[in-house]
Design a protein around this ligand. Structure first.
Ligand code: ADP
Ligand code: PAZ
Ligand code: K
Length: 249
């Protein structure tokens, strides 16, 4: 069995696949290395042979996790590394190693699935957009605060914005102007994300007309999906790219 990990700034997304299978036999989202190991240990009949991982965390942090996995399951971990070019996609950053690896893998996955120009939008801790032309050239992208950062900035830097998770969840039943603080903030930040999406779509149209595919991924992609009916919601897009960047051979 293969363990795949996507270590973002807030959460570790994990899944377990049988060798030769593309569908996960188990998967989850956890907040820490410890919680990850606990979730895996709790799986009946787990027999890991390989592990592949992508991380946007600090090197020491990632190394610690790799070591913990080796210790717990005796498994070798292969980590995605930056590349100037892969699978027909050319990294557009001036310094290719600076491009976030989660963005790079989502781009590889998107270009493979689209077989043409694509706009990859990822809604995690940060919201990111990346533009890949039909010939595989990465034109670059944008990084903005995602939902968790927007919400927390408001909570941290104001005196009177305070509400609990239950109120936040209730607030999202619709997007009309808020009549409570929770509604005003949650809906306001959601509309910011949707505005971001619409701006990216406009730019993509100016490059490619209607001839491009839009991918939505990341934990908060659901918040914007209604704003882009033509988009493909692919929650595991980073994992598609991870399998390409870390083949098991
Ligand atoms: N099952 C889930 N577990 C945790 N967070 C989730 C889940 N589904 C959606 N989210 C939301 O996804 C966001 C984090 O997205 P994610 O792509 O995991 O970020 P990152 O890659 O930066 O860690 C948070 O705002 C969180 O509320
Ligand atoms: C932009 C990101 C913070 C997004 O991380 P995430 O929200 O997925 O946790 C990450 O891809 C990153 O640290 N990138 C390095 C900077 C860059 O891509 O220019
Ligand atoms: K991510």
């Amino acid at each position: 069995m293969i363990l795949e990990l996507d270590c973002g700034n807030s959460f570790i997304k994990w899944r377990v696949l049988d060798v030769g299978d593309t569908r996960a036999s188990a998967e989850g989202v956890v907040g820490s290395d410890l919680a990850l190991i606990d979730s895996l240990v709790a799986l009946p009949g787990l027999l890991l042979t390989r592990c592949r991982l992508v991380s946007v965390r600090a090197l020491e942090e990632t190394s610690k996790l790799v070591e913990a996995l080796h210790e717990a399951f005796g498994v070798a971990v292969s980590c995605a590394v930056p590349a100037r070019e892969m699978a027909g996609v050319r990294n557009g950053y001036e310094d290719f190693e600076r491009l976030g690896l989660d963005r790079w893998l989502a781009m590889l996955g998107g270009f493979k699935l689209a077989r043409g120009a694509c706009l990859v939008l990822d809604f995690g801790t940060a919201a990111t957009a990346d533009f890949i032309a039909a010939d595989g050239e990465h034109l670059g992208g944008f990084i903005c605060p995602g939902m968790p950062l927007m919400r927390n900035q408001l909570r941290t830097h104001t005196r009177k914005i305070r509400y609990d998770d239950a109120a936040a969840e209730r607030a999202m039943e619709r997007l009309s102007p808020g009549r409570t603080t929770a509604e005003a903030v949650e809906r306001g930040c959601t509309l910011m994300l949707r505005g971001f999406v619409l701006t990216q779509l406009e730019l993509a149209r100016s490059y490619w007309g209607d001839d491009f595919t839009v991918f939505l991924t990341g934990g908060d992609a659901d918040l914007v999906v209604d704003a882009v009916p033509q988009a493909r919601l692919v929650p595991d897009l980073v994992f598609v790219g991870l399998a390409m960047a870390c083949p098991l051979s």
